[in-house]
Design a protein around this ligand. Structure first.
Ligand code: BGC
Length: 827
């Protein structure tokens, strides 16, 4: 069979090998080989077994791009907008295309398994990986997740839906127990996984670090064996989260198929012994190996199977990422049509803000990739405004914990004179184990990526300042350091308080130094990191910044810039060490003096437009005092260009909020991520997000589904047909009443007229949506099919899905708080 994917590349369907053939291959393996295969050979791959024609199978993170098996700025990846942005497009086709493009790049990088998407829920806005998940709504998460998985797998690459399950916050993530009732599990937390298995036929699932209802997920037989593999018929592979396998018998019997990474002693000889002693039946291993071989055939690394079709990254990828980033942005406020900016009507624009100068193109943690380029906001806006508009640029407030990496235009490797820096690995006796030239000064090494026996890494750079004054230098890492600047050495120790290895590596402690320097006079910097024993992991970074004004002066200067301009664009937001993995955010405040900056700029210029560069909710206390607010997400590699497109109106910000955005922390129904008595009690049951907001009555800053766009819409007609058995067909007619062409996301919600279900209050919920486009003055009809399963609820008493008969209200509109038309149906 040959199909055509949206990129126009022909590909054939995956070669499935029959179960009988797979079992035949398993039968040819010795017990030791079976055990070898179900444990990672290294950090990212499974071993080859030539005796059965199995080649090496490689995995890579993750949800914003395909990093590959290295963390190295020379191994570049397409960097996509954050998954929250992907969801904000409210369009499974967008997710499918993102998935396909990542799959295509995985093919180019010889990666067979992509460790994405992340479909945990936005249970609390403080969750560290909120930016990496899609939404607070299970239906929206499921639709986007299914689109993404289908896209990845259409490129012949396996998707891995993660983290199974109820891994909705980060603090103490290795150990906490999520205590979740059956109805909430089924309707909310398991739902995106079930959709990925049943509809998208996803090839892998990643088992989470945490426990659910008392059993750690890698050992959770009820959820892995019974629900996932039994009830849903999942025929793929359950891979552990990295280092989540913590037992021999319980994890192998509990449904986990692969322990990553390797080696893992608990699944090595200990598992062979457990089988020999009859504690684990060999058939349990055979099932795992069969699943892995099935996966190997699907991705073309078994026998005469080959990776599907001729798939490669299309030349259009950068342009597509730019378009997706722009489409996903959400217009939150727009007083007196302040946006879009007409370049012909302004002479000077003041671009201000910490994130205007240092765009957060992505969040932190294992999702991080090394893009080939990032379009900065000044560059994107300058291009969009054209040559006749003067653009001033100023940080206004310093909110970043780390300094920027060493500047490539001012730093060279002293050994070669090439831009960048030199690094050298050393042995305990001081001998050199090899040198390398690097472009980026944020260095992360996985196991197996350093010379064997290395106990030190020395980074050397010659930095030539372009101005006189006190420059800033920082050193990041974990352990003992000797820093030599122009011959003077200081020794110090950097320690992390975090017990989370990912946090310790990717958000290491930092020490900052002042360096008095003169323009044109090179500064020699040498930073040596040393460990007591041969290193397994390492991370080390160097940062550098030009002389800065004092904070008050910087802010005053930004205000002066704003006052002298026709329009002030203030870009504020988070950083990749605020939104990251391994820890949650402490609060929802913007960092440092950001709010003070926005307020002061808005007071100086009534045409103040705020662009928020964040992947998760932040409080915007000034949101009613500025001319416009545009939510730009963590927009990926084309961020600056996409922001320029939207601010000047070349593209409509067509996104809608995939989660409720609070005005105040006190209003958030589930906020804390603090682990109490070893766990989190999901006391709200299935009433996540807007469902709980509705019950509690507080008014959010922006409700679920909210977004303005650049035109106006009237809802003119609604028809609903169908019943509980067939599902519903909803048709809504919308008219574009504004002056420009636009896109509307028509949303359909359901609630029982009685307000109750199963004898308890039942809130409204999303049951469908569709994005439509219409020209100015034109109309569009949104046709939304709601299948019977979407109408059903989990009946805890009966232990199954059912639609409770009764009268229901179907409402359609622009967001959960703005339903324009409704009708009653009997189900
Ligand atoms: C994360 C996973 C990731 C894995 C490999 C873990 O710490 O939770 O999402 O895929 O590391 O980097």
């Amino acid at each position: 069979m040959t199909t055509t994917n949206p990129g126009g590349t022909a590909h054939s369907a995956p070669a499935e090998i029959s179960d009988e053939e797979l079992r035949g291959l398993v039968g040819r393996l010795a017990l030791e080989d079976k055990v070898r295969l179900i444990v990672g050979e290294d950090f990212w791959s499974l071993p080859e077994l030539p005796q059965i024609g199995l080649r090496k199978l490689r995995m890579s993170d993750g949800p914003v791009g395909v990093r590959g098996v290295l963390w190295d700025e020379r191994d570049t990846s397409l960097l996509f907008p954050s998954p929250t942005a992907q969801a904000a497009a409210w369009d499974p086709e967008v997710a499918r295309r993102v998935g396909f493009l990542m799959g295509a790049q995985a093919r180019d990088k010889d990666i067979h398994v992509l460790l994405a998407p992340t479909v945990n829920m936005h249970r609390t806005p403080l969750g560290g990986r909120h930016f990496e998940c899609y939404s607070e709504d299970p239906l929206l998460t499921s639709r986007i997740g299914v689109g993404f998985v289908e896209g990845v797998q259409s490129a012949g690459v396996a998707a891995t839906i993660k983290h199974y399950v109820a891994n909705d916050s980060e603090n103490e993530r290795m150990t906490y127990d999520s205590r979740v009732g059956e109805r909430a599990l089924r309707e909310v937390y398991l739902a995106p996984f079930e959709a990925a298995v049943r509809e998208a036929r996803v090839w892998l699932i990643m088992s989470a670090y945490n426990s659910v209802n008392g059993a750690t997920m890698t050992e959770n037989a009820p959820l892995q064996n019974d629900v996932l593999k039994g009830e849903w018929g999942f025929d793929g592979v359950v891979v552990s989260d990295w280092m989540a396998v913590r037992s021999t018998e319980a994890a192998s019997l509990g449904g986990t198929d692969i322990a990553m990474p390797g080696p893992n002693d608990l699944w090595g000889d200990a598992l062979v012994e457990a089988v020999r002693e009859g504690r684990v039946d060999e058939s349990v291993l055979d099932d795992k190996v069969t699943r892995i071989l099935r996966l190997a055939a699907r991705v073309g690394v078994l026998g005469d199977t080959a990776p599907r079709g001729d798939v490669t990254t299309p030349d259009t990828a950068d342009a597509e990422i730019r378009a997706i980033a722009a489409k996903a942005m959400v217009l939150l406020e727009n007083r007196d049509a302040a946006l879009p900016i007409d370049p012909a009507a302004v002479r000077r624009v003041a671009l201000i803000g910490p994130n205007a100068v240092r765009l957060s193109s992505q969040g932190g943690g294992s999702a991080h990739v090394n893009p080939d380029h990032v379009v900065a906001i000044p560059q994107g806006l300058r291009n969009a405004l054209g040559p006749n508009v003067e653009l001033t640029v100023r940080e206004g407030a310093f909110t970043h914990r780390a300094l920027p990496d060493l500047p490539l235009d001012a730093s060279v490797d002293p050994a070669t004179g090439e831009p960048g820096l030199g690094i050298e690995f050393g042995a305990v006796d001081g001998t050199s184990l090899g040198a390398d030239h690097r472009l980026g000064s944020n260095l992360v090494f996985w196991p197996g990526t350093m010379p064997e026996g290395a106990t030190s890494i020395t980074a050397r750079a010659r930095i030539t300042p372009t101005v006189d004054g006190t420059h800033l230098l920082d050193v990041r890492g974990l352990g003992s350091f000797d820093l030599t600047v122009d011959g003077a050495t200081q020794s110090f120790q950097l320690d992390s308080e975090s017990g989370d290895i990912i946090e310790a590596l990717l958000r290491p402690p930092i020490k900052r130094f002042e360096v008095a320097a003169k323009a044109g006079v090179p500064v020699e910097v040498e930073a040596r990191y040393s460990a007591d024993q041969a290193m397994v992991f390492a991370s080390m970074g160097l940062g550098w910044a030009k002389p800065r004004l004092a904070d008050d002066e910087e802010l005053a200067q930004a205000v002066a810039d704003a006052a002298a301009a026709d329009v002030a664009v203030v870009v504020v937001g988070t950083t990749d060490d605020i939104e990251s993995e391994g820890f949650d955010r402490a609060d929802l405040r913007l960092p440092g003096r950001t709010n003070e900056l926005v307020t002061a700029v808005a007071a100086a210029n009534p045409n103040t437009i705020v662009v928020v560069n964040a992947g998760s909710p932040v409080l915007m206390p000034w949101r009613n005092d500025v001319a416009a607010v545009l939510w730009a997400w963590l927009p990926g590699q084309e961020g600056g260009a996409a922001i320029g497109d939207v601010l000047t109106g070349a593209v409509e910000p067509g996104g809608r909020m995939p989660t409720t955005y609070p005005a105040d922390e006190a209003d958030v129904p589930v906020l804390s991520t603090e682990v109490v008595d070893g766990g989190h009690v999901y006391a709200e049951g299935p009433n996540i997000g807007y469902r709980l907001w509705a019950r509690q009555g507080a008014v959010p800053a922006y409700p679920f589904g909210y977004g303005l766009g650049y035109t106006d819409w009237a809802y003119e007609g609604l028809s609903v047909d169908g019943d509980a058995a067939t599902g519903l067909t909803v048709e809504a007619t919308v008219a574009n009443t504004g002056a420009r062409d636009g896109r509307e996301v028509v949303q359909v919600y359901l609630e029982p007229v009685s307000g109750e279900l199963f004898g308890a209050p039942e809130p409204i919920r999303l049951i469908g949506f569709a994005a439509v486009e219409a020209a100015a003055g034109g109309k569009a009809v949104a046709r939304i099919a709601v299948d019977a399963a979407t109408l059903a609820r989990w009946d805890e008493a009966a232990g199954g899905w059912a639609t409770t008969p009764g009268a229901y209200r179907v409402g359609v509109g622009r967001n959960v708080g703005d339903l324009r038309l409704s009708t009653e149906v009997s189900l």
